[in-house]
Design a protein around this ligand. Structure first.
Ligand code: HEC
Ligand code: HEC
Length: 373
């Protein structure tokens, strides 16, 4: 006799019985996130997803997990300029932080067509240019077997997908990790506490806030939503806007070019007007996500402010030489701003109020395979 559900009197066919429904813990001014109809949230799925997110067995050679490049204490980025995959291949772009990733209308730095976490995940799992986690046709079955044979996972999968007879599949792995990522809500920074009258900001932070949201520095045009970006999608969104911007980081030889393969939306569309256009990142937890920009080429927030005050980056020597301030495709919103040293320091001080320590240390988002002392 098997050890089937002893005295609950229930069968495992009804998904609602085994999976407690998910309750969002949202600040009052956060909209309800959009969740795909074919992947509803559940506590069990988020918990399975957390395990898988941190499990190195999910890479072909067993050396890398999502959490290798997405570290909680860095708001789920990795601190590197550009990422390194499981077989040592270099990724051309900077690993992104995942705070409030559920609200992003598109995924990654510059891909208007990639609109779901489920679809995005196929890139790190199965992609081969560059190789990230290195799962391929040769090792696919072996990778699944690692989870099929593990008794803890048998239970976690069963709880997350009680209606499935063979719950350990890549489709279910992807659904669970996506659910975990949708749970990564960051809304308890000092700035959020200020908005709800639970904290006060210093004079410098207040001046920085006013500059950030004012017409002189213009930051809010692209970073002005509750999530400090300009591509937001939630349950109530009717029209999704997908702006991408060239901020004048490069202008190779005065042609407007950015370095291959980091030319932004141009890499996919091939249209000149898309040259150097990237998605404005959410600035939540920005103080812990250095280095900055799609290529990690700006080391700290002070340098980011110098960059915006100059209205772009002038590279005077080397293969990328060119005056980004004069890039013909640059956004009109990025122009020289007369900011004093104090103004810049104030904006940096404001940006630092967006750090959410609770999020960075929340045990519900932490690596379940490490028990902290
Ligand atoms: C080798 C390091 C690496 C690994 C491993 C990795 N990522 Fe990433 N991740 C990146 C990089 C780099 C980007 C930016 C990609 C781009 O713009 O082309 C990114 C982007 C993302 C994004 C988009 C975030 C946004 O704001 O649009 C999500 C979501 C994500 N990764 C989730 C995952 C998940 C889930 C896994 C595991 C299945 C994973 N990543 C594994 C490096 C990595
Ligand atoms: C025209 C839209 C636009 C404006 C205006 C703008 N930004 Fe940005 N911001 C972006 C885009 C796009 C990126 C990513 C660029 C890239 O990687 O090539 C970015 C990147 C950043 C980053 C790096 C974040 C990261 O995770 O790498 C910071 C910090 C930042 N902006 C702060 C500011 C501040 C402060 C202002 C006002 C002085 C400002 N931005 C004005 C669009 C804008």
């Amino acid at each position: 006799m098997g050890l089937v559900a002893c005295n609950t009197g229930t069968t495992t066919n009804d998904p609602t019985l085994n999976s407690e429904t998910w309750q969002w813990q949202l600040p009052a001014f956060f909209p309800t996130p959009a969740v795909p109809a074919d992947n509803p949230m559940s506590v069990a799925k988020v918990e399975l997803g957390r395990h898988l997110f941190y499990d190195q067995r999910l890479s072909g050679n067993g050396t890398q997990a999502c959490g290798t490049c997405h570290l909680q204490e860095k708001a789920f980025t990795d601190g590197l300029e550009t990422a390194i995959g499981s077989t040592g291949q270099a990724h051309p772009r900077n690993a992104q932080h995942l705070s409030n990733v559920v609200y992003n209308a598109t995924m990654t730095w510059a891909n208007p067509a990639l609109t779901s976490l489920e679809r995005q995940m196929e890139v790190p799992l199965f992609g081969d240019s560059p190789i990230e986690m290195g799962i391929n046709d040769t090792n696919k079955a072996e990778v699944l077997q690692r989870f099929q044979q593990d008794t803890q996972y048998q239970q976690l999968f069963q709880q997350a997908y009680p209606q499935d007879t063979q719950p350990v599949s890549f489709a279910n792995i992807i659904r669970a990790i996506a659910s975990f990522q949708r749970a990564l809500i960051s809304g308890n920074s000092r700035y959020d506490q200020f908005l709800t009258q639970q904290a006060v900001l210093s004079d410098s932070e207040m001046r920085g806030k006013n500059l950030f949201f004012g017409e002189k520095a213009e930051c809010f045009h692209c970073h002005g939503s509750f999530n400090f970006n300009d591509q937001v999608r939630h349950a109530g969104t009717r029209v999704v806007e997908l702006p991408f911007h060239n901020t004048g980081l490069f202008n190779i030889g005065g042609t407007g070019d950015f370095p291959f393969p980091n030319r932004g939306v141009f890499e996919l569309s091939g249209r000149a007007q898309d040259m150097g256009k990237f998605r404005a990142p959410s600035l939540r937890n920005v103080a812990v996500t250095a280095p900055y920009m799609h290529d990690g080429s700006i080391p700290n927030l002070e340098a980011v402010l110098d960059f915006y005050a100059a209205g772009g980056r002038h590279i005077t020597e080397g293969i990328y030489a060119g005056d980004g301030r004069k890039n013909p495709y640059k956004s009109d919103l990025v122009t020289r701003i007369a900011l004093t040293e104090q103004d810049k320091a104030d904006i940096v001080a404001f940006l630092k109020t967006l750090t959410d320590d609770e999020f960075l240390h929340n045990p519900k988002f932490a690596n379940p395979f490490i028990t902290k002392p």
